[in-house]
Design a binder for this molecule. Structure first.
Ligand SMILES: NC(=O)c1ccc[n+]([C@@H]2O[C@H](COP(=O)([O-])OP(=O)(O)OC[C@H]3O[C@@H](n4cnc5c(N)ncnc54)[C@H](OP(=O)(O)O)[C@@H]3O)[C@@H](O)[C@H]2O)c1
Length: 257
């Protein structure tokens, strides 16, 4: 909904990836004046449309609309962003249907790069329902892929550096450039930078460039590994959306058999 340029760019990336893999996908762009009733009406019609096995509401919505109500209107079976309360509840219970895309992306980056979280101290900066909080649940789950000890930091954490310095694995999902600088990270830490921020850059053709939440230039010397922005968590998040769509399709077609 609306004309947020960052949202438009994320939607384009998702469309491109879906088409590249031969998925049928459709994007509906609603004007910013759309009412909540109209939005929920559209979602309800997509819930019943057998052409779609996955639906996502690109956030943020205009502030006068409730993201909770919009995401709650998506059928849990088609909720490929994993933001429906039923799917969030299943994740908390340790019985997930699908995993939320960005936490799943972070998890897969760690596992596939040879940094399994088991037995490690993972410090996450940012507790949003989209990233930090579900990631803390995923990584602290008992059993394979989990078993980390997790500390979840936020804007009311006093002396953030006292926590980030203890991290074996540090995940930063704040939305503010240079939230984590080299002086608050130990040598050898594994860093996942989730943040995506536009900073003015007159030398760039677009007049801005994208940076993460960490001081990448200084930290790449100190960290055991660090994800770049752009090109790190973002593309992996899109991949996990497609993974979820395949899983949702399989679940729904099995149900129909
Ligand atoms: N790459 C991707 O695929 C992807 C996906 C999702 C998000 N993102 C990016 O990740 C970033 C975070 O997204 P989000 O949706 O989680 O954002 P959000 O909902 O705004 O949450 C930000 C979190 O950071 C915390 N915070 C803010 N300032 C802080 C500070 N100075 N010290 C410690 N914690 C602080 C906030 O604390 P409070 O809770 O106390 O307010 C909040 O928990 C954004 O840049 C977003 O664009 C990237």
């Amino acid at each position: 909904m609306g004309d947020d340029p960052a949202s438009a760019s994320y939607v384009r990336q998702k469309e491109k990836a879906a088409h590249g893999l031969g998925f049928f996908s459709e994007t509906t762009v609603l004007p910013a004046r759309t009412t909540e009733g109209e939005l929920v009406g559209l979602i309800t019609s997509l819930n019943a449309d057998p052409r779609f096995h996955g639906i996502l509401v690109q956030l943020p919505l205009p502030p006068r609309l409730s993201a909770e109500r919009a995401c709650g209107a998506v059928s849990p079976a088609k909720d490929v962003d994993c933001l429906h309360p039923e799917n969030m509840g299943r994740l908390v219970r340790g019985d997930p249907y699908l995993l939320p895309c960005t936490p799943h992306a972070v998890h897969q980056i760690l596992l596939r790069s040879g940094y399994p979280p088991a037995g490690k101290h993972v410090v996450i900066v940012g507790r949003s329902p989209l990233v930090g909080r579900p990631l803390s649940i995923l990584l602290s789950q008992k059993g394979a892929g989990g078993d980390a000890t997790v500390t979840l930091c936020h804007s009311a954490t006093p002396d953030l550096g006292a926590f980030t310095r203890q991290a074996d694995i540090l995940v930063v999902a704040v939305g503010r450039p240079r939230t984590v600088t080299a002086d608050v990270v130990r040598e050898g830490t594994v860093i996942i930078d989730v943040g995506v921020n536009r900073v003015d850059d007159p030398s760039h053709p677009k007049g801005y460039r994208l940076v993460g939440d960490t001081d990448f230039g200084a930290l790449r010397e100190k960290a055991a590994a660090i994800t770049p922005v752009p090109g790190g968590v973002g593309p992996m998040t899109v991949t996990m959306l497609l993974v979820n769509t395949v899983a949702a399709c399989e679940a729904q077609t099995q149900d129909a058999r």
